[in-house]
Design a protein around this ligand. Structure first.
Ligand code: PMP
Length: 359
């Protein structure tokens, strides 16, 4: 057949979403599996969000506000940055795509750590950019000096995922200060802070507060995790006005949809509840980490809402053993397993599955 699409995409891995409850029902006959595979927060939508969504439904025959004015103003108040520096999008993953489209021409390079968020290679390849992957340290964290050293004349973007998905590790301010100073001023430094709300280590900087004024820094945030809007797809970035304006030029028109805008406005009124939920997740994260260490798994300290089990070639067997006990985790062959922190009961179910899987 005549080739109709780009041959270079054949080599690209598909984005593998976490397996879901329906997969286990179909394949294993397990009716109510526990999903700990996609880093959502388990407590349902925030109060006020269902009502805001229901009210917005009456207007879905109209396009949303393309300028996302009300929401950008609210984010501007909340995060202390002018609305001109904010861009919203259909999830922060779509915003990273738009950012790369705004920054890279085919053949340009994007430098990032590996393992890190599995969308990065797909986004780079989609733009025809070349990925430079820099291996994590033996402690599963970003190797910032090596990331800086990997930058060449062709590099347009370097990504720091802080905390890192899937390992949960975070880089501290002293190291990041040095890195940000070292990166050439014509390279965009993208700080992907999808899990910022779960950070409890004071040495880990808030990218918006600490680096937001640097001309070449862009901070990505999402409302999918702590703010409970994963299913509605909404995130935002903070950049200098010129960078933000360039991204806005390539954003898919109207891609911050009407219901997502309404839900985000309602969610942002719930900050105390977000903090309460994040604290529950953090307490459970620390409990799960300790329990796994007792099972002799060398879990690195996590600053996110998931933990990393670096069990290398045992990943496939471990994931299958958990699934047979009704718990869905995320396997990254051949490095390890990522487990999202759920409710205390869900975490207990995971821990007993893990104990059985490891014995
Ligand atoms: N960045 C990282 C590091 C993530 O883990 C995720 C979600 N898996 C995202 C970005 C994307 O989030 P969103 O739902 O906003 O697209």
């Amino acid at each position: 057949m005549t080739r109709l699409t780009r041959p270079d995409l054949d080599a690209l891995p598909d984005y593998v979403p976490g397996r879901n409850v329906a997969d286990l029902a179909r394949e294993l006959g397990i009716a109510e599996a526990i999903k700990l595979a996609s880093n959502e927060v388990p407590f349902g939508p925030l109060p006020g969000v269902p009502d805001a969504v229901a009210a917005a439904v009456a207007n879905v025959h109209r396009y949303p506000d393309m300028g996302v004015v009300q929401l950008r103003d609210k984010l501007s108040d909340r995060y202390g940055v002018p609305a001109s520096r904010l861009v919203t999008g259909c999830g922060s993953v779509a915003l990273s795509e738009h950012l790369v489209k705004a920054a890279c021409l085919p053949g340009d390079e994007i430098v990032y750590a590996w393992r890190s968020f599995e969308a990065y290679p797909i986004i780079a390849a989609g733009a025809g950019a070349v990925s430079t992957r820099v291996p994590n340290t033996p402690a599963h964290g970003h190797d910032l000096p090596a990331l800086a050293a990997a930058i060449t004349d062709r590099t347009r973007v370097v990504i720091v995922c802080n905390p890192n998905n899937p390992t949960g590790t975070a880089v501290a301010r002293a190291q990041l200060d040095r890195f940000v100073d070292e990166v050439p001023s014509d390279v965009l430094i993208v700080l992907d802070e999808a899990y910022r709300e779960f950070v409890t280590d004071d040495s880990v900087p808030d990218g918006i507060e600490v680096y937001g004024d640097r001309p070449n820094v862009v901070v990505l945030r999402t409302l999918s995790k702590a703010w409970g809007l994963a299913g509605l797809r909404i995130g935002f970035l903070v950049a200098q006005p010129e960078v933000a304006a360039a991204v806005r030029k390539v954003v898919t028109p109207f891609s911050t949809n009407l219901i997502a805008q309404a839900a985000a406005l309602a969610a942002l009124d719930q900050e105390p509840e977000v903090r309460r939920r994040a604290a529950l997740v953090v307490a459970e994260r620390d409990r799960v980490t300790e329990a796994l260490r007792k099972l002799s798994v060398d879990v690195p300290d996590s600053q996110a809402n998931f933990v990393w089990l670096p069990i290398a070639d045992r990943t496939a067997g471990f994931a299958a053993a958990c699934e047979s006990r009704g718990v869905i985790v995320r396997a990254f062959h051949p490095e390890g397993i990522r487990v999202t922190i759920g409710t205390p009961e869900e975490n207990d179910a995971f821990l007993s599955a893990a104990e059985a899987a490891l014995s």
